[in-house]
Structures are given as C-alpha cells and as structure tokens.
Design a binder for this molecule. Structure first.
Ligand code: NAD
Length: 367
C-alpha cells in the first residue's frame, strides 16, 4: 500500500509548538507500528503572508488537494490584524475549506474523567459528557453573496451579509450527521431558527424529510438560542447536534467550555467521498493561534494530537491506532500531568514539550 500523504500546516502563534508534538506521534507510528506517512510541511496564515504576500499560495493549495489529509495548527495574530481583508491569515484557512469542499465539520466535546474539575460547570452536569457537533462549513452567512459595506444616500454606512442554503447543501450535511448518530447514541438534534429565518424553515423541512431514511435514529429539532441554553443547562441530553455554519461556530465554542479548555478540543473537516471512495479532509484543533501564550512552550498540545487521532479514524480507517492515542491522552492526564490551561491544585504543571513527550512514553507502554 502506498504511503499516506499528510500535509502539515503549523501556521501561526502556538500552531508550530503544538504541531511539533503531533510530529512526535507520527514518528512513533512509523517506528513502533510500521505506519509510514509521506509528510510534507508548508506555510499558511500570517507565516505564508510574511513569505509570499498571501495567506495561502496556489502551490500549497495544490499540495492540500493532492494529500490524503491535512493537519493544521492555527492561523492569525495581532501582527496581521490590520491587513486588508483578502490577505488576512484567516482567508488562507477559509480557502482551504472552500476549495477542498470540506462541508462537514465534526467537533466532538468529550469530558475526560481526569478533567471533570476543569470545567466551569458542576461535575455532575459534565461528567461522562460525549457529544458531537456537526457544523455545516462551506455555506450560510460566512460565504453567502452579496456581502459588503455600502454607503447609503443619507451618508450612513450599511454592512450586510447573506444567509443562504440550498436543499443539496442541507441534505449532504444531514446525511453525515445521521450516519454519525447511527454509529453513536442514535439521537440527532437539528438546530436552526425556523421561527425567524427562511433558511431555517428550509433546513427543518429537509432534515425532517431525511428522517424516515434513518428509522433507527431519533430526530429532534431545536431553535439555536434554546440549544445554547440547553448546552449549559443539561448537555448530556444531546448525542449528535447538526447545525449551520454560523450557529455551529457559536454552539461548538460553548460546548468546548463544557470540557474545561479549548486546548482539549479536536475537529475534523470532511468532504464528500469521490468515485474511488477517497475523501478530502483537514484536521485541526478548535482553538486559534493564542498569541497571548505563543512562544512560551505552555500551550496544551492535546487538541492537535487528538485531531491527528481523528485523522487516523476518519481518513485512514485506523480505529485501533486512534483509540490508542486517545487512551494514552487519558492515561497521561489521569497520571496528573497538566498544561497551564487545565492546571488544578495538586497536579504537576508541565510544558507543551513535556506533555507531548509524556504522551509518546505512554504510547510506548500501552502500544
Ligand atoms: P484563541 O483560541 O487563539 O485563544 C483564546 C484563549 O484560549 C486564549 O486565552 C488562549 O491563550 C487560550 N488557548 C487557546 N488554545 C490554547 C491551548 N492549546 N492551550 C492553552 N490555552 C489555549 O482565540 P482568540 O484569542 O480569539 O484568537 C487569537 C487568534 O487566533 C486570532 O487572530 C484569531 O483570528 C485566530 N483564530 C484562528 C483560528 C484557527 O486557526 N482555526 C480559530 C480561532 C481564532
């Protein structure tokens, strides 16, 4: 079998620091399990802008298209905040998602037993939490045209964005969510604002139509504002949540805090399988480039390492290796090691590098 082609895009801020820990895990997989990856590394975001004047070159985009999976660190930072909109670091990320047609963003929110105390919510509310938010990623208000800022005849300025969804966009994300629910707790909650938005009315109609094709999955509907409230009131009522781009952005950040830290949350962005069953995919932590802690070797690398484990599970069908990484992460945390973001009394505070090293040592033990 040919080697698995991985493109690593560490990006900006803490991106390169957390990606360095993923490289340790990739090396471990090669040395100890004989799983060889063809690894290429390139620039994205502010780092790409500084070298090439754009946040993503056409050549890097092509490498992403040719790879089996992309692992991305994070982009952005104060240094690039005042760049024109078209060359802001985030445009590089949005181009990757759009050109690879990564329409399904999977964001699991899981509470590790060892970290129950890190959540700002009561332990009984979050203990054992395991939910999956499926966010539509290439449509909706972030991409809808027209968008812009215009000057009105009376001299006022008017900013506008446009929320649009087509049936095919809704149906394909719906299918991903139903399939995932089928493999998990068999409950799917579809979230929109059908009470005030026509795109929400269509979303609810299409999800309802899909329901009978998945009779083993219990489908429910919820308004997005209620969902944000329910996520902090009783998050364990959910199994899989499917929602649009904007609501998914907000609700998954809320869900992230149930787990205690953004530094623990991985994500996968998947495209549709082609005729050969090959699916484009990008894996990245939910967090950003964290400029406030960049360069200090204190960032939590778990979100990016767990993103790599999602990559093994969803792009390479390597569930055993993915489980192994997740188990190693659980064991390291149960052993009392903590990066600063998840530190609690009586635990040992460690750096990004030491956390990565500890995880690889744990893989040695259990792998
Ligand atoms: P952020 O996620 O970078 O940071 C929010 C807070 O969480 C900060 O206090 C940070 O120190 C902390 N944090 C984040 N990741 C952490 C980790 N792994 N370990 C420990 N602590 C962690 O969000 P922000 O501050 O709103 O944005 C900073 C920059 O990142 C901005 O330029 C923004 O546009 C960009 N951003 C990029 C992405 C991405 O690349 N996918 C996502 C969100 C924000």
């Amino acid at each position: 079998m040919s080697n698995k082609k991985l493109l690593l895009l560490p990006g900006d801020g803490i991106g390169p620091e957390v990606m360095a820990q993923v490289k340790r895990v990739i090396d471990w997989m090669g040395k100890k399990r004989g799983i060889k990856f063809d690894v290429t590394e390139d620039l994205v975001g502010g780092a790409a802008y500084d070298k090439h004047g754009v946040p993503l070159t056409d050549a890097t985009m092509q490498k992403a298209m040719d790879s089996d999976a992309v692992i991305l660190g994070a982009v952005g930072g104060t240094k690039w905040d005042n760049l024109p909109f078209e060359v802001k670091p985030e445009r590089g990320l949005l181009r990757l998602r759009k050109d690879m047609d990564l329409f399904a963003n999977l964001r699991p929110a899981m509470v590790f037993d060892a970290l129950v105390e890190s959540s700002t919510l009561k332990p009984e509310v979050v203990q054992g939490l395991d939910i999956m938010i499926v966010r539509e990623l290439t449509g909706g208000v972030y991409f809808g045209q027209p968008k812009g800022i215009e000057t009105l005849p009376d001299g006022q300025r008017r900013g506008f964005d446009n929320q649009t969804y087509t049936t095919s966009e809704i149906v394909r994300i719906g299918r991903v969510a139903f399939e995932l629910a089928r493999k998990r707790g068999k409950k799917l909650c579809s979230v929109e604002k059908a009470n005030v938005m026509m795109s929400g009315v269509l979303w609810r109609e299409e999800m309802t139509k899909l329901g009978p094709q998945y009779p083993d999955v219990e489908l429910s509907h919820m308004f997005a504002d209620n969902c944000s409230m329910q996520l902090v009131r009783n998050p364990k009522q959910f199994d899989v949540i499917v929602t649009d781009n904007l609501f998914g952005d907000i609700l998954s950040d809320t869900a992230s805090m149930l787990t205690g830290s953004l530094g623990m949350l991985p994500s996968a962005s998947l495209g549709a399988p082609d005729a050969n069953g090959k699916m484009k995919a990008m894996y990245e932590p939910v967090h950003g480039s964290a400029p406030d802690i960049a360069g200090k070797d204190i960032a939590n690398p778990m979100a990016t390492i767990l993103s790599f484990s999602m990559c093994l599970r969803y792009s390479f069908d390597m569930a055993a290796e993915a489980d192994l990484i997740e188990q190693a992460a659980k064991n390291v945390l149960a052993g009392g090691l903590r990066t600063a973001d998840i530190m609690s009394p009586g635990k040992a505070k460690v750096s990004t590098g030491v956390m990565g090293e500890a995880l690889v040592r744990e893989l040695d033990k259990i792998g």
